[in-house]
Design a protein around this ligand. Sequence first.
Ligand SMILES: NC(=O)C1=CN([C@@H]2O[C@H](COP(=O)(O)OP(=O)(O)OC[C@H]3O[C@@H](n4cnc5c(N)ncnc54)[C@H](O)[C@@H]3O)[C@@H](O)[C@H]2O)C=CC1
Ligand SMILES: O=C(O)[C@H]1O[C@H](OP(=O)(O)OP(=O)(O)OC[C@H]2O[C@@H](n3ccc(=O)[nH]c3=O)[C@H](O)[C@@H]2O)[C@H](O)[C@@H](O)[C@@H]1O
Length: 460
Amino acid sequence: MSPVKVQKIVCVGAGYVGGPTCAVIAQKCPDITVTIVDLNEARINAWNDKDFQLPIYEPGLVDVVRACRGKNLFFSTDVDKGILEADLIFVSVNTPTKKSGVGAGFAADLNFVELATRRIAAVATSNKIVVEKSTVPCRTAESMRTILEANAKPNCRFDILSNPEFLAEGTAIGDLHKPDRVLIGSLQTPEGLDACKSLSEVYAHWVPRDRILTLAANAMLAQRISSINALSAICEATGANIDEVAHAVGYDSRIGPKFLKASVGFGGSCFQKDILNLVYLSESLHLPEVAAYWRQVVEMNEHQKSRFSKRVVDTLFNTITGKRIAVLGFAFKADTGDTRESAAISLIRDFQKERANVNLYDPQVEASQIWQDLSEASPEISLETIKKQVKICSSSLEACRDAEAVVIATEWKEFKEIDWETVYKGMNKPAFVFDGRLLVDAEKLTKIGFKVVTIGRGNL
Ligand SMILES: NC(=O)C1=CN([C@@H]2O[C@H](COP(=O)(O)OP(=O)(O)OC[C@H]3O[C@@H](n4cnc5c(N)ncnc54)[C@H](O)[C@@H]3O)[C@@H](O)[C@H]2O)C=CC1
Ligand SMILES: O=C(O)[C@H]1O[C@H](OP(=O)(O)OP(=O)(O)OC[C@H]2O[C@@H](n3ccc(=O)[nH]c3=O)[C@H](O)[C@@H]2O)[C@H](O)[C@@H](O)[C@@H]1O
């Protein structure tokens, strides 16, 4: 046995999911013939309308249908013929909320799924891959399997896959063209895995294969950072040292040393978005506890940022109003000019709220980017006001002059090599350094005269 190369697809159910999904499959897979069938004749007639007055409106849908209909995309009420000819069948019928009986008001009514499944079993004369497309109840695929297996003709095998759809109405075509994730569930048998491969090959015409893997890997990495950051709060409260904890823990070869650096919070375009995707995915799969677990990784990150801002305010004698604070670093990590989800944005927003004056320096980030990020973070404040509170400087030395405190937000190497003696001379006393990145040598700076506050350490 090897995976079947899908040549003919039928989709049972020409609604909001089946219609757009299979139209896009036809568009992206010119080598596959796609037929969408429905019992509702008026609906099928509308899909076949000569003026393209389609039964559902989705931006971009009409262009896809216009390009493919009559070539490799067909709409029909002949459900049985569709089933007979296809090697892969999507079941995309409606699963409305039950109106009566057990679970009325919240459980999904699986009657339509069951009827469609029974029809497939009754009509099919050759092997079929049957794909359950609805997101609703978890065990639907298993019920379908039971029905199909009980009614299959001799020598006719059904492999059942679940492939929940995550499109949102209104953005369906965009969501289908660039899905954040494609999830395919199968039995872990050789036949189930082959069926899974056959369907993956269909999506692989346009969807990058590593999407789910990436989500999981990024979530695990971010979870490590939130875990170490949660421990950093305990270290601060007890006077322990997070670097020593991370070092010791990382020695355990099962854990390993990487991505255990406590920080003022992770940023970047991927971690938060990918975790939130995982939260959404878990919720769609009816796994609320799993969703809450992953959401907490993001909440811990938010907490880490606000905890750090609060520590700055508390240490500076409970007020920073009118005080000058030098923020070193604006990028979300060193060696990039990228500022998306950067912790520095949240810190500066918090300092602005306390009406401090901020001197900001980053070796890479453009001024226009900084103004855009700060405006988006505080939409209630005009850019003019922001520019009065925040000054962009062209060096660390310039930023630190006349400041009460230096806050290190990004781990740029050049901040390690600053001439701290000169910085100290130019600052108001007592002069504070808040190291949000475990970057500088706290003991050395303390000897110079600084009061050093480090993430994950008690006050020296
Ligand atoms: N609409 C949405 O945004 C999303 C919906 N879903 C899920 O996808 C599934 C389908 O949803 P929609 O497309 O919105 O439903 P829909 O009600 O728009 O379309 C379902 C179609 O199936 C047809 N049908 C029912 N039984 C049939 C049968 N035995 N043979 C042939 N056709 C039959 C109906 O006539 C109807 O046209 C549901 O389980 C829904 O929960 C999932 C993600 C998003
Ligand atoms: O999906 C993606 O495109 C990429 O997302 C991340 O890469 P990236 O966001 O560029 O940056 P990371 O180096 O992972 O750092 C993310 C954030 O975590 C912070 N971080 C990292 C490591 C650590 O120990 N502590 C810590 O706070 C960084 O400062 C940064 O703010 C992944 O590391 C890549 O493998 C993946 O390909």
